[in-house]
Design a protein around this ligand. Structure first.
Ligand SMILES: N[C@@H](CCC(=O)N[C@@H](CS)C(=O)NCC(=O)O)C(=O)O
Length: 209
């Protein structure tokens, strides 16, 4: 039987990887439809906002990576508990997405000088500031269980992992960079020990971005 969900994106991590991490962590089957840029022109006018990723299920289509991620997190019970906790989780996901946007801009910058300047600013200012803010969030909202909010994994944890992983995969920082942030490091170790997620990370396609 074909999977209920079909995720369509290019053959890269970028804006689709958080969604893939949600599916894999939740143990939910999906079709990971990775298209080449050649076939995109034809598909574009038939997507809700002319951009990927899109999620199709039950004859419906949904666009915008964070709307998709939030929808699935709610479906799979990893969006937080109660309205306020859900909103805190969303605020972390938005913050991780801001970081991801900076990373994507660095990766695709064709001006070498500007790329280096942006990367320096990111590594020396933006990333440390965000990681310190996240450490405070863990103190305030995490319950000492190595998750950002509450006692259980939420998609905020996956969004943090995803942004940091994409920074590492792009060669912007290495994993040791995070050692001085105890809660973040502990989250990363905990996620590494999550069998479904670890299984996916070992077998996922090698892609340039
Ligand atoms: N805010 C959107 C951004 C989507 C977006 O910019 N997608 C890019 C790929 S990362 C795209 O579809 N580019 C091809 C195009 O715009 O024609 C999201 O998060 O889903």
């Amino acid at each position: 039987m074909p999977a209920r969900y079909r995720l369509t994106y290019f053959n890269g991590r970028a804006r689709a990887e958080l969604i893939r991490l949600i599916f894999h962590t939740a143990g939910e089957e999906f079709e990971d439809n990775r298209i080449d840029t050649g076939s995109w022109g034809q598909l574009k006018p038939n997507t809700p906002f002319g951009a990927l990723p899109i999620l199709e299920f039950d004859g419906l289509a949904l666009a915008q990576s964070l709307a998709i991620a939030r929808f699935l997190a709610r479906e799979f019970g990893i969006a937080g508990k109660g309205r306020y906790e859900e909103a805190v989780v969303d605020s972390i996901v938005d913050t991780a997405n801001d970081i991801l946007g900076d990373i994507i801009k660095i990766i695709f910058n064709e001006d070498d000088k500007l790329k280096k300047e942006n990367q320096k600013k990111f590594v020396e200012n933006i990333l440390p500031f965000t990681l310190n803010s996240l450490e405070n969030i863990f103190h305030k909202h995490g319950k000492g269980q190595s998750y950002a909010v509450g006692n259980d994994l939420t998609y905020a944890d996956l969004a943090i992992f995803n942004a940091l992983d994409q920074a590492v995969q792009a060669g912007i920082v290495n994993w040791q960079y995070f050692d001085k942030y105890p809660n973040i490091s502990s989250l990363l170790r905990r996620l590494e020990d999550t069998p479904r997620l670890a299984g996916y990370l070992k077998t996922r396609p090698h892609t340039p971005y």
